[in-house]
Design a protein around this ligand. Structure first.
Ligand code: PPS
Ligand code: MG
Ligand code: MG
Ligand code: MG
Length: 380
């Protein structure tokens, strides 16, 4: 890749994800302190969606189209169906407020605010504009405004994930992880980081958290930047530090992470695999693409996800995480050892059984081999 390719896009994407993290922190704070119910709704598949999911989607859509070319193509998770129902007035008003509050903060992040507050129709338009279908040709952004909404609602881990795909390949990824702890042991804490914090005697510095990770394809590795502290986002890229995967190759010392919910990944199958491969540590169950972040930052070595048969993985749940792990030195494939194919539309079509992300090829090969050996007897 020539020097500087996607530099402008990366600059804007990092700034916008910082803005989105700040928005999410405010909404989550209100949610867990119970001063607001967060207008948590259930989608048709019973998964939750909140004011933060729609507000981030609107904000990212608006800022990208304002700062980059017009008529951007964006594939994103949310639509406006629930928001425009007759009984959703309060919810929609909360989204409009949250978005305008966030846009007014743009200068803190080195971006421009719109000249005045935006109206409901402009915000709905920004959300529904993200309805591209992806595919093998051209350039489009992929956004998961809040990944791990369940974790978000629980006061736990979640991520804002933005990636750019060109001709079917992920070329840039940014992952905002507002609750990512600087001390890796705290990733293991059960639900509600904030409540846990108040119940322990650990020093405040121990609880420092929040970062944005990013990578450009062949752009010289993966990087991490702290979230905004005080008035302004730190100058970047100067304030970013490079991250690498863990050097551990001995399975007995490796940490595996996986989804929290049994409905999202088969825990008994992965515990069988862990035994076969000789993994000794307890699995780290963490919501969202923070699992990808943990591998990229060297805080865990293996991430596995085996969804139930018939579930189709969506590109926005993986694109940003995959490029960040790869640029940090790791390997991500399906269970057959093939790279994930982002060129087939909204879904990762033809995914072979599940996803295996590892810090290195040695651990990766062991897991893929163990899947081959165990699959037929697994009844999955
Ligand atoms: N049934 C089923 N099987 C597999 N995967 C599913 C399923 N339902 C949802 N999802 C997707 O999982 C995303 C959250 O993944 P996590 O790894 O964070 O799951 S967990 O909360 O830790 O259990 C979650 O992303 P968000 O909706 O952005 O939170 C979903 O896209
Ligand atoms: Mg998601
Ligand atoms: Mg989401
Ligand atoms: Mg969701």
């Amino acid at each position: 890749m020539e020097e500087g390719k996607y530099a402008k896009e990366l600059d804007v994407a990092v700034r916008v994800v910082h803005m989105a993290c700040s928005l999410c922190q405010r909404v989550q704070q209100k949610l867990v302190s119970s001063s607001d119910d967060g207008h948590v709704k259930s989608k048709d598949d019973d998964s939750p969606v909140t004011v933060a999911d729609w507000s981030v989607q609107a904000t990212v859509s608006l800022m990208l189209s304002e700062t980059l070319v017009e008529n951007l193509s964006i594939v994103a998770e949310e639509d406006v169906q629930t928001l425009t129902k007759a009984d959703s007035e309060g919810l929609l008003a909360a989204v409009v407020n949250t978005v305008n509050e966030c846009l007014a903060e743009a200068p803190k992040f080195g971006l421009q605010s719109p000249p005045g507050a935006l109206g409901t129709s402009q915000i709905l338009e920004a959300i529904s504009r993200c309805s591209s279908n992806g595919g093998p040709a051209g350039r489009y952004w992929v956004l998961d405004p809040v990944d791990g909404t369940l974790g978000f609602v629980r006061g736990d881990q979640y991520a804002v994930a933005l990636a750019l795909i060109e001709d079917g390949k992920v070329v840039l990824g940014v992952l905002g992880c507002p609750n990512y702890p600087l001390k890796k042991e705290l990733l293991n804490y059960p639900q509600n980081y904030n409540q846990t914090k108040s119940k322990t005697s650990l020093s405040t510095a121990t609880w420092e958290k929040g970062c944005v990770m990013y990578a450009r394809r062949d752009g010289g590795g993966a990087w991490m930047q702290p979230l905004i502290h005080g008035d302004r986002m730190l100058e970047w890229p100067n304030s970013a530090t490079q991250i690498w995967v863990s050097p551990i190759v001995d399975p007995a010392l490796a940490t595996v992470c996986e989804p929290v919910e049994r409905a999202n990944s088969n825990h008994s199958f992965t515990s069988g695999l862990a035994e076969t491969v000789g993994l000794r540590t307890q699995p780290m169950r963490v919501h969202s693409m923070v699992k990808y972040a943990a591998i990229a930052r060297g805080d865990a070595e293996i991430f596995m996800k085996f969804a139930r048969a018939g579930y189709k993985e969506k590109i926005w749940d993986h694109a940003a995480g995959v490029i960040i792990i790869e640029e940090a030195g790791g390997v991500v494939t399906d269970a057959g050892g093939r790279p994930l194919d982002f060129s087939r539309g909204v879904f990762l079509e033809n995914l072979d059984r599940g996803i295996i992300a590892c810090s290195n090829a040695i651990l990766h090969e062991k897991i893929v081999d163990a899947v081959y050996a165990s699959w037929d007897s697994s009844n999955l």
